[in-house]
Design a binder for this molecule. Structure first.
Ligand SMILES: [Zn+2]
Length: 186
């Protein structure tokens, strides 16, 4: 399976695997960077783009696809670090308003409420994945959210850039938040 998330911009160019459209691996070429907005509305590099080349003697299909850096969330402008600070604040008992003020000055309170709702709605999806990476001794009488956070904090690389949000995306090769239906990420 091809990778969907890279750990960081410092990584060597990855093996992009097979083309998602034609399944061939031989014709894949680098195709620049995937750019988009960050929370501060300044353009940032969100990942690498690839091209299944049909030029010259290549026999690819012409499809382009991208692999995201794990510190960005598909379909969301919020970065992994800001989202993690927000989630930590709220699960630590702070109101969304207070957690938002402590997490970043770049996004709106309305966005903070929306992302916390997305995280909560997302719990049933990520819990089963984390259960495999978790240790069974963590069965203490915490709330579901606290248990999830505990498992997230223990993921490999959770102390690095992008925190447990980036660590989750890299470890499971899945988006941390379910991308909005309107977004298109191939
Ligand atoms: Zn192809």
């Amino acid at each position: 399976m091809r990778p969907f998330f890279l750990r960081s911009a410092q990584n060597a160019p990855p093996d992009p695997g097979a083309c998602p459209r034609c399944d061939l691996t031989l014709n894949i070429k680098r195709h620049g960077y995937l750019r988009g907005k960050g929370v501060d509305a300044i353009g940032v590099i969100r990942g690498m783009r690839f091209y299944c080349s049909k030029r010259d003697s290549n026999r690819g299909c012409g499809a382009t696809f991208s692999i995201l850096y794990a510190q960005h969330l598909p379909g969301y402008s919020v970065g992994a670090d800001e989202l993690m600070r927000l989630i930590r604040g709220v699960t630590g008992g702070a109101s969304v308003h207070l957690a938002w003020r402590n997490a970043s000055s770049f996004f709106s309170l309305t966005s903070a409420y929306r992302w916390v709702r997305s995280f909560t709605a997302n719990l049933a999806r990520i819990r089963p994945m984390l259960h495999q990476a978790d240790d069974p001794a963590a069965n203490s009488p915490h709330s579901l959210v606290r248990l999830t956070l505990h498992a997230l904090e223990k993921l490999p690389g959770a102390a690095g850039e992008g925190g447990f949000v980036a660590a989750f995306q890299h470890h499971f090769q899945r988006a941390f938040l379910r991308p909005p239906a309107s977004s298109c990420y191939s």
